[in-house]
Every structure is written in C-alpha cells, then in structure tokens.
Design a protein around this ligand. Sequence first.
Ligand code: COA
Length: 327
Amino acid sequence: MLKARITGTGAALPDKILTNADLERMVDTSDEWITIRTGIKERRIASDGEFTSTLSVGAARSALEMSGVAADELDLIILGTVTPDFPFPATACIVQQELGAVNAAAFDISAACSGFVYGLSIAEKYIQTGAARNILVIGAEVLSRIVDWTDRNTCILFGDGAGAAIVQASQDEAGLLSTHIFSNGSYWNTLYQPGCGSRNPATKQSTIDERLFFIKMEGNDVFKHAVRAMEEAACAALTANNMTPSDISLFIPHQANRRIIDATTKRLGVPSDKVFLNLHHYGNTSSASIPITLDEANRAGRLKSGDIILLTAFGGGFSYGSALIRW
Ligand code: COA
C-alpha cells in the first residue's frame, strides 16, 4: 500500500512577544503562578495585519520549499483551525489563492487543538486510496482574537502561530505508520467559544455584554481528560504497530501545558529526554502547536532517518488523536 510521507515542514510565528511579565500588568497573575501551573513563559501575538491565512501561507511556503513540491502540484489543502479568517469561506481557499495552488481542493476542519493530527489522518487516507499524491496539511490559529484578556484563567495559556507539512505518496518504508482520531462530545461545553455561531448569534448583548465571543474553559476538567486521552491515543498508536514506548525516538505532544505533558509521559513511561517541548516560548497555539514543534525538531536535526516519532493531540470537543511516523 502507498505510504503517506512528510517531506517538508514549515512554521510561521508573529514577531510580537507577550511575556508573563506583560500579563502581570494586564490581569491579577504572576510569572511564578503561570510558570509553575503551565510551564509557559511567553507567547506570540499576531499584529493587526496578520491573520490565520497569512500565517498559514508563511508556514506553507517553508514546507513547500523544504519538500521541493511546487504549489501547483498540490492536490489538496487541509487546514485545521478554530480561528478562521471568516466563518466562511474556508481559510484554506484563501491560502490556495495566495499560494497559487490552482490544482488543489481546499477545506478547513474544526477539531480544535487536534486539528493537525485530524488533518494528517485525512491526508493519510487520501494517499492510501490513491485519491491524492501531494497534500498540504496546516494547523493555524490567531487565538489572541478570541481570548478574553480580562480572564486570568484562560488568557495566560494561548498564543498565535501556524505550522505546516507536505504529505506525499511514497513507496518507501518511511512515512505515517498509523493515525488514530477520537471524539468525546459529552464534554463539548468544557472548552469552547459560545458566541457568534447559530446558537448564540452576534448581538450587542451576547457578543459584547455577555462576552460570549471569547473562549470559555473549565480548566480542571480539561486537565484530567487531556492526560487520559493523550495516553489512550498514544497506546492506540503503539498497539496498532506492535510497539512499546521504548521504540519511540521522539515524542511530540500537543503543547498545552507542561504539567499535562509531564503526567502523560510519566503514565506512558517515555523518558523526558525523548520529549520535545517549546511551549515555554509559544504557549498553547491549538492546532498549530504540533506542526510548529515538528518543524522546530526537524530543523534542529532531531528527526533522523528511521526514527519513530509519536504525535499526540487533545483539544475542545473533546477531540484527540495520535500519529506514529517512521521518519
Ligand atoms: N494567576 C493567578 N491565579 C490564578 C490564575 C492566574 N492566571 N488563574 C487562576 N488562578 C487562581 C484561581 O482563581 C484559583 O484561586 P482560588 O483558589 O482562590 O479560587 C487558584 O488559582 C487555583 O485555580 P485552579 O483552576 O484550581 O488552578 P489549576 O491548578 O487547575 O490550574 C490551569 C489552572 C488552567 C492552569 C489548569 O487547570 C490547566 O492547565 N488546565 C488545562 C488547560 C488547557 O490546557 N487547556 C487547553 C487544552 S487543549
């Protein structure tokens, strides 16, 4: 069967840095509290001229350049985001136009922080069935536009950015070994944006006065489920491939919170030197976190030919999943 192989990665991050010290001046919090509870020290914030599409295009151009694929050779563009440029059309269509990817069908998927792993899973199926050969998968967010900057429970967590991967059909041993995606809708209202959809359409009262435009989160519930779900997704990947945690060369979990990652890796039995972290610099960038981290690890030379790379994601929905890759 054809393998889906990642042949290029890329990332784009806004220049503007918001530190914990900056947040101390905005809400009742401290660098010490944020660092101990989350591991985050700073995050990137989009400037006025930056949107989900512009960051996506930046990440995509880097990934295309690394892979040597021309934009017009792309068959498909899949973009995971919960902060599209507009509710419609799909931000992926804006990216298609900007890249000149005239032969690609383009669509967005809404799987919150699992958006990139969901996208990889879709790409894998298109390639295995022969329906596409060159696919651009993007995770991109401008969460700063839907963060309530008066809510200290959430505003300390999130950041903006985009990451991308080119996934190509290959006959090699290397490539995606498996993807697994899961949902648990029992907790849909534990982490969500209540306003501006069909249930709470935009009005002055709902959008502005009741602040329904902004992210709402039950942090403790999310924490507990994130650890269990990422462990379940990781075990599904290992079991499907007859592997154990000792086979993993590098573990790239969704960069939500240092304590969630530590608890997950402890339960899995993955040593800390095999875990790639960058959340101290970028915070939680939702669907962008895994592809940004994958690109950073790739460009740092941490992904060697034949390495087994495990990606695990968790996010609102709840949505979660894993991808196991032979690099
Ligand atoms: N600064 C200082 N104090 C804060 C604070 C902040 N930024 N945010 C909350 N607090 C306070 C709370 O008000 C509470 O005070 P109280 O005891 O007087 O009521 C206290 O700190 C403890 O709050 P709690 O919510 O129990 O803290 P926690 O240990 O659960 O940590 C999170 C909060 C948000 C860091 C943690 O729940 C978490 O990481 N959850 C997962 C979030 C996540 O990753 N979401 C995305 C998933 S994809």
